[in-house]
Write a protein that binds this ligand. Structure first.
Ligand code: SF4
Length: 180
């Protein structure tokens, strides 16, 4: 049987969901026998590849780079998973939304809150442009499965990956259907 082509993607999140993935500990060795990780922040891959079977997508869509990556991965992936509460609802990343649109938030932080040389960072091609509102992943591209938790515990991640490796649609038991 061909190995599963697995990607993990880091959008607007704190990387805690990826830390929880690493908490799979010794099961990662079993996983390596069943899946090839073809794209991930924990490896040196610059370009999202074609024909990915499963993508675990951490973080909300907060800027133009996140949005571009969301569309790119959706086009090249069979099964897209919103990985963690920020991807599922916006969660921590979306806490800026009630403060106003992007420019208002940037002004408040970098101009009103700045001390020496207040200035909004704006290096083209280096600093991504904030979206006016942070969005959960499913509001940008279709998502196949929501994996909640902040972060999702390793046991919940394993449950979902095991189902996919066995060709089953993952179903979370009631105790795993919760945020936080
Ligand atoms: Fe971090 Fe929690 Fe968001 Fe995951 S869901 S990126 S752990 S804040």
């Amino acid at each position: 049987m061909d190995k599963l082509r697995l990607a993990t993607v880091w959008l607007g999140g704190c990387s805690g969901c990826h830390m929880s993935f690493l908490d799979l500990d010794e099961w990662l060795i079993d996983l390596a026998g069943m899946a090839d990780v073809v794209f991930s922040p924990v490896m040196d891959a610059k370009t999202y590849p074609a024909e990915v079977d499963v993508a675990l997508v951490e973080g909300a869509v907060a800027n133009d780079e996140n949005r571009e990556m969301a569309h790119r991965l959706r086009a090249a992936t069979r099964y897209v998973i919103s990985f963690g509460d920020c991807a599922v609802t916006g969660n921590v990343t979306a806490m800026r939304n009630p403060l106003g649109l992007a420019l208002e938030v940037l002004r408040s932080v970098y101009i009103e809150g700045g001390d020496l040389n207040p200035r909004i960072p704006d290096e083209t091609g280096i600093v991504p442009t904030l979206l006016d509102k942070v969005l959960p992943l499913h509001q940008v591209v279709p998502v196949d499965f929501h994996l909640p938790g902040c972060p999702p515990p390793a046991s919940r991640i394993r449950l979902v990956l095991e189902a996919l490796l066995e060709g089953r649609v993952p179903v979370l038991p009631p105790e795993d259907r919760k945020f936080g």
